[in-house]
Design a protein around this ligand. Structure first.
Ligand SMILES: Nc1ncnc2c1ncn2[C@@H]1O[C@H](COP(=O)(O)OP(=O)(O)OP(=O)(O)O)[C@@H](O)[C@H]1O
Length: 212
C-alpha cells in the first residue's frame, strides 16, 4: 500500500520505509555501527544517515558549554525540530529510486530524546562498564566524565529514557562480547522485524556494587 503524505509524521510509506534511531552511552559503538550500516545499506536502499551531534553543531543548536563536564549543551527542542525537517525532506525527496525502500538511520546519544511519531525502532547499544571504561580512557576524557558515563551505562539511562518515550519500540543489545559485524547482524534483524531485544534484560548493576 502506498500512502503519499508530506511529513515524516505520516512517513511517505512505500511498503515499509523505515526510521531507526541508534542511541547509547558514548563509546558503546554507535558511530562504528552507523558507518557499517551505511556501507552495507547504501547500495540496496535509498539510505540516509543523520549524525545527531553533527546536526546540532552544523545548525548551531548549541546553547553553551558545560566547562566542568566538557559537554556542549544542545538545545533538544531545536534539535528535535531540525531532525524532523531533515527526515521530512528525505522522505519527500523526488529523485529517490521509487523501487527501493527508504531507510533513515539517526545516530547519537541524544536521538532518543527527540520526538518522532513515525520512528520504527530505537536501538540502544549497551556495553559492560568495565570495557567501556577502557574505551573512554583511551579518549583522554576526565575522570569525572568517564565516571559519569560509566554510571549512566550501569544504570541503563539511555534505555530507561528511550523506553519512557517510545515503549516497546525500544530494543537494547549487549555488545560486550560481539564483534561489530555481529552487532550489525542483530541490528539488521531488528530493523527487518526478525528479532526483538526488549528493554530490561541487560543488568550492569554489578559494576555499581563494585563486582566487576
Ligand atoms: N563491537 C565492537 N567491538 C570492539 N570494538 C568496538 C565495537 N564497536 C565499537 N568499537 C570501538 O569502540 C570505540 C568507540 O566506538 P564509537 O566511536 O563508534 O562509539 P560511539 O558510541 O559512537 O561514541 P560517541 O557517542 O562518543 O560518538 C571505537 O574505537 C570503536 O572502534
Amino acid at each position: 500500500m502506498k500512502i503519499m503524505k508530506s511529513s515524516n509524521k505520516e512517513k511517505i510509506k512505500e511498503n515499509d520505509n523505515k526510521i531507526i534511531f541508534i542511541t547509547g552511552t558514548p563509546g558503546t559503538g554507535k558511530t562504528t555501527l552507523a558507518n557499517l550500516l551505511e556501507s552495507k545499506f547504501s547500495k540496496n536502499y535509498n539510505f540516509q544517515i543523520v549524525k545527531i551531534n553533527d546536526l546540532a553543531i552544523e545548525n548551531n543548536l548549541i546553547d553553551g558549554v558545560d566547562s566542568d563536564k566538557g559537554y556542549n549543551i544542545v538545545n533538544v527542542q531545536k534539535l528535535d525540530k531540525k531532525l524532523n525537517e531533515v527526515l521530512d525532506s528525505f522522505f519527500n525527496e523526488k529523485d529517490l529510486n521509487d523501487s527501493k525502500l527508504k531507510i533513515s538511520i539517526v545516530e547519537g546519544h541524544l536521538s532518543h530524546l527527540c520526538n518522532c511519531e513515525n520512528v520504527d525502532k530505537i536501538i540502544v547499544l549497551r556495553l559492560n562498564p568495565k570495557i567501556l571504561e577502557s574505551r573512554l580512557k583511551s579518549r583522554n576524557y576526565s575522570e569525572y566524565k568517564i565516571h559519569e558515563n560509566l554510571e549512566a551505562e550501569a544504570l541503563g539511562v539511555c534505555s530507561v529514557e528511550a523506553y519512557q518515550k517510545y515503549g516497546t519500540k525500544v530494543n537494547e543489545i549487549d555488545t560486550s562480547d560481539l564483534s561489530i559485524k555481529e552487532v550489525f547482524k542483530f541490528v539488521e534483524d531488528i530493523i527487518f522485524n526478525k528479532k526483538d531485544f526488549p528493554v530490561g534484560n541487560i543488568d550492569f548493576m554489578k559494576w555499581i556494587l563494585g563486582g566487576y
